[in-house]
Structure formats: C-alpha cells, structure tokens
Design a protein around this ligand. Sequence first.
Ligand SMILES: [Zn+2]
Length: 165
Amino acid sequence: MGQAQRASELSYDAIQQYAERIGTKYKIYDADGRANLKDLVKTLGGQIEYVDTDESLFVADEGKFTIFLPNHTSQRRDQFTLAHELGHYFLHYLQLGETGEMAFQRGGQNRLETQANFFAASLLMPKESFKNQYERFGSNFFHIAQVFDVSPAAAEIRAEVLRLT
Ligand SMILES: [Zn+2]
C-alpha cells in the first residue's frame, strides 16, 4: 500500500527547529509548556482512531490523514505516539513533497523511526521550556515529565540530548 518511504535529509538540529516552529505556529502549548496534540491533529485535517493493533499513520493526501492509536495504553503513551506520527507526517510526507497515499507503521526503517522520535521529543519538550523546567526541578524527571505529559524516561533522554545533565 502506498509508496516507498524516504528519510529526511534534515540534521537533528534542523528537525528540532522545524518541530518547534510547528508547535509555535499552531499555538499548541499551554502556560506550562504542555502540548495539546489532539487539537493540532484536528487543525491539520487529521483524525484519531483507536484500534486493537499497533499505532500507525495513514496519509490519504495533504491535510487528510488518520493516526491509529492502540486501545488500552496510557495518556502519556498516546501523547508521545501522536507526536511521533506527526513527525512522520511532517518530515516524511509534507516536507518531502510527497503526494497520494502513504502508510507508516511500526518497524519501519530505523532512520525514519529515529527521526520521528526526535521530532516528537522536540515538539513535546521544546528546548527553552524544557531548560526552564530543568532549572526548576533539577534532575527530578518525575516532575518534569508531569509538566510535559511524557514519561520520566523520555524527559531524561531529552535532558541528555540537550546536554543538561
Ligand atoms: Zn514510526
């Protein structure tokens, strides 16, 4: 189904900036810096469906896509998955100028998965907000994770990537 997927040629710094530009443009952050991704998906023309299988993204066309979320997972897990699938949509569809149907499933090319994860972390934990929370809570990743609605592990990795630890 659909066409072959291509990785983004953007550097990780550029992916981070791209994700943050999107977050700012669509005003997805509340006062604490938490991202509202469900509204963003809607604004972009996407919809969310809950399924008994793994998460995936199906793009019908630009501005028309569905993110499938597994049933029985946590809100935080969903939040990261939404950000990850949006990463595929922006990095591996819109930004590459793809058209027509494309599907992104778990177990795809490693490079695409890594890029989507990095996009997700950048979208959910923008650099400056993250630094502010890190200054506030130090390496108490449990609290930082609560602010951004992510897992403590994701917050800890973010701190390492931003070289705060
Ligand atoms: Zn993926």
